[in-house]
Design a protein around this ligand. Structure first.
Ligand SMILES: [Zn+2]
Length: 187
């Protein structure tokens, strides 16, 4: 943990901010999104900042904006990092979530910007950015469980040694998974 100085871009007031090299995935500052922002105590303006960090989970080490070789995942945006932490907090697999997102992108919503936010009973909630506005989108837990049941082996195979599990990875692999699901359902 380090203390750094941040000058409010509006009033110039200097704050001490805490930055970390490594944090647990369920640290409250990751989940509530305040890891990279501070409200100015003088003028109440939100100030945003950025730095590389590692996030640790018992099964996954995530590197944000630093391509650490020991990490299992590399992510490049704060939203993607916060999403991964939320996925882990709810006990889901980020690869299955990316495939699920790609399936409903193809069917319902035509945007690459979709982030998992939380599970709510039998629904998975996603935040979608469309026409510069946020929308909430839900998928049933059944759709997630169905993917795990029928395609987990293939998903594991398609993600071997793959550190970047994102929109692009899902887009490259979605056809193989859909074909696989189609054959599973036929037999
Ligand atoms: Zn200020």
């Amino acid at each position: 943990m380090k203390i750094r100085k941040l000058r409010c871009y509006r009033c110039g007031h200097v704050h001490d901010i805490l930055t970390y090299d490594l944090l647990e995935y369920d640290h409250p500052q990751i989940l509530d999104g305040t890891l990279f922002s501070v409200e100015c105590e003088m003028c109440q303006t939100m100030n945003f900042f950025d730095y590389p960090i590692m996030i640790k989970h018992p099964e996954l080490l995530i590197a944000y904006k630093n391509e650490n070789q020991e990490a299992n995942r590399w992510v490049y945006s704060q939203d993607d990092l916060i999403e991964k932490a939320n996925i882990l907090k709810e006990g889901f697999d980020d690869r299955v979530i990316e495939i699920l997102k790609m399936l409903f992108r193809q069917r319902v919503i035509d945007t690459p910007i979709v982030h998992f936010t939380q599970a709510n009973n039998d629904l998975l909630e996603f935040r979608v950015v469309k026409d510069k506005k946020y929308q909430l989108f839900t998928q049933s837990l059944f759709a997630y469980d169905n993917l795990v049941l029928k395609a987990m082996d293939l998903i594991q195979q398609l993600s071997l040694n793959e550190k970047v599990i994102d929109y692009k990875w899902a887009r490259e692999n979605i056809d193989k998974i859909v074909t696989h699901l189609y054959h599973k359902d036929k037999h």
